[in-house]
Write a protein that binds this ligand. Structure first.
Ligand code: UD1
Length: 381
């Protein structure tokens, strides 16, 4: 006997900031290609809004134009979160989705979750259960609170369920689906833009990436908002760059702080190519060809593991421990000696090889769509 086809109200898929886009693109595709298709709406809160941080990524990832854009823009955490909440509430009333699907840990993730649960709209959280156990990170607060109140929790690694269980969350709410971020890595492998081309696009000398090079990103407030810490990190990058040329894709927060603190002269432009935030395909090409990646990003720790590129993470902790245990990631923190030793080891060919974790196989979004279809309540006839 075949199962009756459910009639569903659309799933409202929320994105807000850069790291959400690569997670949502495969989910939207999987909802559309599910049999039967699961209707979806794409809502952009507008937390990230400019071409570099948002629009170009939409194009690269094949994301459709958002059905709704709340255009909240920048602000303090309180202002940004509150503004998303205020603007999201009437939208939810208007569209009456079957559920709200949020990804990751940005302010928009928590804001939309809070509004939806209080209105009795079910919430599904993709990338649930990751914990750095560092409550100074705004993202950690967003993760903890979102998981407490969301109804369906999709995890990327098995340790996430242990974290959730410790917080008293019923594991019946949890589904181990794998990592949607890696779905995007796999989908774009063939289209990644070569690093030399990216440098040429910015009128920089492609010779810098002709042999070995490293890729750098930095944007965590704990690393870039304090002048001493930022100077310390830039000094270290300057040292590394004497042995290995670097390509630094610079977040707007970092760029403006470097200017504010007068640190423009620390990096030698002949050894460090500074680029604006990169498109998705450019970043995949830069990382794919790199000898190593230096970063404080969560996403890059995962992507380098999938690409098999050694990653030195400039943070004391990670909410993605599997990248250290199984992948290519090493936590360095702010320890200069450890960083230089880590770089030397990689340059000597002794970097971590790693292996790709379970369900980081390019099919996580399909598993989510299949589970979501079972879980969603149909519209009453
Ligand atoms: C946010 C996320 C973080 C994510 C990061 C990736 C939260 C709590 N943090 O941090 O998890 O890793 O995005 O980028 O949600 N700006 C622009 N253009 C934009 C967006 C921002 O110039 O399109 C500027 C803002 O004016 C601000 C700075 O960049 O000065 C920081 O942006 P913001 O969204 O506040 O936080 P992120 O540090 O980007």
């Amino acid at each position: 006997m075949t199962e009756a086809v459910k009639t569903l109200a659309p799933v409202m898929c929320v994105v807000g900031a850069r790291p959400n886009f690569m997670k949502m693109a495969p989910i939207l595709r999987a909802l559309a290609s599910h049999e039967p298709p699961i209707p979806a709406l794409l809502l952009h809160t507008g937390q990230h809004y400019d071409t570099d941080m948002s629009k170009k990524l939409f194009v690269d990832l094949g994301l459709p134009q958002p059905d709704i854009n709340l255009e909240v823009g920048s602000g303090s955490h309180a202002v940004q979160t509150a503004e998303v909440m205020k603007r999201f509430e009437p939208t939810l009333d208007e569209y009456k989705p079957s559920c709200v699907l949020v990804v990751g840990d940005v302010n928009s993730t928590l804001a939309c979750t809070l509004v939806a649960v209080k209105k009795g709209v079910p919430v599904a959280h993709v990338e649930a259960g990751l914990r750095s156990y560092d409550r100074k990170m705004p993202e950690e607060i967003n993760r903890l609170l979102t998981d407490q109140v969301a109804d369906r929790l999709y995890t990327t690694e098995r340790s996430a369920a242990d974290n959730l269980a410790r917080e008293g969350i019923d594991l019946a709410r949890v589904c181990f689906a794998g990592n949607v971020m890696i779905d995007s890595v796999e989908a774009s492998r063939a289209h990644a833009r070569p690093a030399a081309q990216t440098l040429r696009d910015h009128s920089l000398d492609p010779a810098l990436v002709a042999a070995r090079y490293g890729v750098v990103t930095l944007h965590r407030p704990s690393n870039v908002d304090d002048p001493q810490t930022l100077k310390h990190l830039l000094d270290l990058l300057a040292k590394v760059s004497r042995d290995l040329p670097l390509v630094f894709a610079m977040h707007p927060r970092t760029r403006s702080n470097i200017e504010r603190f007068g640190l423009q002269a620390v990096l030698d432009p002949a050894r460090v190519a500074v680029l604006p935030p990169q498109g998705y395909l450019e970043m995949q090409g830069l990382m794919g060809g790199a000898t190593l990646v230096l970063t404080d990003s969560g996403g890059l720790q995962e992507e380098t593991t999938a690409l098999g590129v050694p990653c030195l993470t400039l943070r004391e902790n990670t909410e993605r421990p599997i990248t250290v245990e199984q992948g290519t990631n090493t936590l360095i923190g702010l320890d200069g000696a450890a960083l230089l030793a880590g770089v030397a080891e990689i340059l000597a060919g002794k970097g971590k090889q790693g292996r790709v974790p379970e369900f980081w196989d390019g099919h996580a979004a399909e598993r989510i769509a299949a589970d979501l279809y079972q879980w969603l309540t149909p519209l009453s006839a």
